[in-house]
Design a protein around this ligand. Structure first.
Ligand SMILES: [Zn+2]
Ligand SMILES: [Zn+2]
Length: 290
């Protein structure tokens, strides 16, 4: 049976970044109805190991994160992402949705900003390679509104050729080796049909990912691009479900079903309560045929 994990910690609803807990204020209530599904399992995030964090970030930065109030959930936020990857790659879970209290993609080797503290995805990749297999390959699709500068910097710092980093942001750029690609999505705002234009960019990114064999697909899922949120591209609510469908069918075809959704930016409480359980439902209604 295909199995979906939800990784959550109650502190994310009380001490979450951006809005002092507001955006996840309706959780866990908003997903409780899903816990009666036999293929959905809830995990309470454990803190990520400090030894692992020390491999990715400098001691100076770790100290600063620890003394930053908005990073109160840093260890638990990254811990769930790390554990979910391990469980998916060892077939204990098919896919997972990871809630966070603070984000990861603006966390580099020695700096963090923009509501991010530790780089959750890089920590998860590093841990999986040490515990499961050293040559594991990953795709990261970042649909948060902003450029994933921290993730990009760490991939370069470690000269990681086994990760394809696809980032929808505000620039059009591709590295020489084709492993780091930015798609300018800002012009979507000025287009007549923002949803369709944005989905075309997602499709372009997924087409590139289909040429990169990998063991697990990360969807770094922000909803700050939603109409009226702080990174708005004018996207409708439904657009996010469309992206979810595209990512899901991609992962079924190209990622051996192994999909991990990591929550990123977005501040609106009502949108979170509406959207996130629906995405979890999509993960949990994973058809058997590929
Ligand atoms: Zn963002
Ligand atoms: Zn980017």
């Amino acid at each position: 049976m295909k199995k979906t994990g939800i990784f959550y910690h109650p502190s994310f609803s009380r001490r979450s970044y951006l809005t002092a807990g507001n955006r996840l204020a309706d959780f866990p209530d908003a997903f409780l109805h899903l816990l009666s599904w036999e293929n959905i399992q809830l995990f309470e995030n454990k803190p990520v190991s400090k030894d692992l964090v020390r491999q990715i970030h400098t001691n100076r930065m770790i100290e600063e994160v620890e003394s930053t109030l908005l990073c109160a959930t840093a260890y638990e936020s990254a811990g769930g992402v790390v554990e979910a990857t391990e469980k998916i790659l060892t077939d204990q879970l098919t896919n997972a949705f990871c809630f966070i209290g603070c984000g990861g993609h603006h966390a580099g080797r020695d700096y963090f900003w923009g509501a991010c503290c530790f780089n959750d995805v890089i920590l998860a990749i590093t841990n999986a390679r040490q515990k499961i297999h050293k040559n594991l390959r990953f795709v990261i699709l970042d649909t948060d509104a902003h450029h994933g500068d921290g993730t990009r910097q760490l991939l370069e710092f470690f000269n990681d050729k086994n990760v394809l980093h696809l980032c929808l942001c505000d620039r059009e750029w591709e590295s020489e080796d084709g492993l780091r690609i930015d798609f300018d999505a800002t012009w979507v705002t000025y287009h007549g049909d923002p949803d369709k234009t944005y989905l075309d960019v997602v499709k372009k990114a997924l087409d590139m990912a289909s040429k990169f064999p990998h063991d697990l697909f990360y969807w770094y899922m922000g909803f700050d691009t939603y109409r009226g949120d702080y990174g708005s591209l004018g996207l409708s609510k439904e657009c996010f479900l469309n992206i979810a469908d595209m990512v899901k069918s991609f992962a079924q075809k190209h990622s051996n079903n192994k999909l991990q959704v990591v929550l990123a930016g977005g501040s609106l409480r009502e949108m979170a309560a509406w959207l996130l359980p629906k995405i979890i439902e999509k993960l949990a209604t994973w058809e058997d045929e590929n």
